[in-house]
Design a protein. Sequence first.
Length: 380
Amino acid sequence: MTAADGARADAARAAGTPAEGIRASEAQAGAEMTRAGMRQAGGVRVAAIDCGTNSLRLLVADVDPAAGRLTDVDRRMEIVRLGQGVDATGRLAPVALDRTLRALSGYADIIRDRSAGAVRMVATSATRDAANSADFVRGVTGVLGVAPEVLSGDEEARLSFTGATAEFAAASMAPTGASAAGPAAASVARRPADGLDPPYLVVDIGGGSTEFVLGGAPGGAPVSALSVDIGCVRLTERHLHSDPPAAAEMAAAVTDIGAALDRVAAALPVRTARTLVGLAGSVTTVAALALGLPRYDPARIHHARISARQVAGQTRALLGQTREQRAGLAVMHPGRVDVIGGGAMILDEVMRRFGFADVLVSEHDMLDGIAWALAGGGHR
């Protein structure tokens, strides 16, 4: 049982799925041996928290920038829907703020128990848009002991690029079998190396916004970036009200997405990109459905390639289903049931508009970028 297996089991449990065949004691022992070796070699243990419009996520990781290696210690996600109603009211709802702070309190306990040496929390679209974001900052500081950083869309985009592409460099250099870096590093390097041609267009579909980042060197500084105000929560609250959505509602959503993509096309040389990398829950859920997985499995999803035809087919299917039908899908997180159609539409329209034949799906994203930056191995 390797440290990578233990990390995947943690991720599966965080997604609310069973981890059959994995013995927790063996996974923990193997992971601790790898982490101890990393710390002796100059790695650092960090804790990264990403609070978005829909989800609150935690990553405690051992990061060794010199070796190009990030090893999960604990990775979790809670759907808190902080951005509930923000697009309409311009304010964070008290009930949403309370949900978020209660979940954050649990994360603070985990960070303390895992002995992270550095902590950074960032907040994104919902808090950028909210008139009462100061209430959020005060609440977080009281619970966590550090103030959250309310990122600009550009900062969010750069961290997403680092998180999604940092491992590409290691993958291109490392052998596919076990190496001196250990079996965990080999497992990271095994899958993504084939056909990863730069420039990369990283698309991070969030709840309130979507980040587009174009860059060449894996883990390096992006060439250009843009954040646009379309996301799975925002699009659903604006347009997709019926169950299932009506044709007119879907047409209005497509128009909204198209206007945002016009901005992207004007600001970024998107068509120079050779590899599309898709991030966040909407993308990974569409991938899980396209792969026909019996349960949500991060290890199977990470660096899977999903064709444009598959994305279009899953998008049509999701938009044609009722909420009850979507809730019955084995890979569907309960917190995504009502917004997955909007997220899938964004991915489908991006691929259609810019002519991508497939998307490389990544489980690593801005959260990993925060961890790399804390350890000195990525762009702040």
